[in-house]
Design a protein around this ligand. Structure first.
Ligand code: HEM
Length: 144
């Protein structure tokens, strides 16, 4: 396998616009220019770390495994002095597919919880209104 290209921090720092955007994640230098528009978290967050080290910010979000594998797609080289593991891209493609299934299952599950909390309120709110109304009536109806 060919040696990856090695970049210094100052070389990376020259690519920090939305027309030419590089970031460093885990020692990998990534050209994410064409990914900016597609990024589910929006382009602004990536532009804030454009031309810089972005590992901390990337990890802080708790990106999915699929997102971590996606990083490899945009790699143009490695940062000078960084230790970077070699990864087999063929494995990654398979895992990325299975992860997207995981993600859609999560969305459906989340939707079911949302519906459950809606029906909880639909049941108790009218009950509470009725109880308040009867309470009010009992207190305000004149007692003969
Ligand atoms: C090449 C680098 C990056 C890739 C491939 C990537 C990929 C993704 C993907 C696939 C998602 C959807 C959720 C998930 O699968 O985890 C996502 C969400 C997000 N990303 Fe990134 N991302 C990158 C860099 C960054 C950086 C550097 C930041 C912050 C500075 C960031 C902030 C976010 C945020 C805020 C979200 C939304 C999370 C949410 O809605 O819960 N991403 N990213």
């Amino acid at each position: 396998m060919a040696e990856p290209r090695v970049f210094t921090f100052s070389q990376v720092a020259q690519h920090r616009s939305n027309k030419d955007c590089w970031v460093v994640i885990n020692g990998r230098v990534l050209d994410v220019t064409r990914f900016l528009e597609e990024h589910p978290g929006g382009e602004e967050v990536i532009l804030e770390v454009a031309g810089k080290e972005a590992t901390k910010q990337f990890d802080a979000i708790g990106h999915s495994k699929a997102a971590q594998k996606m990083v490899l797609k945009y790699q143009v080289g490695v940062l000078e002095g960084a230790k970077v593991e070699e990864v087999d891209m063929n494995d990654d493609v398979v895992e990325m597919e299975s992860n997207s299934k995981e993600m859609s299952a999560f969305v459906i599950k989340d939707g079911a919880n949302y519906n459950k909390s809606i029906s909880f309120y639909e049941f108790f709110v009218p009950l509470l209104v009725a109880a308040l109304y009867f309470g009010y009536r009992c207190l305000t109806v004149p007692q003969y």
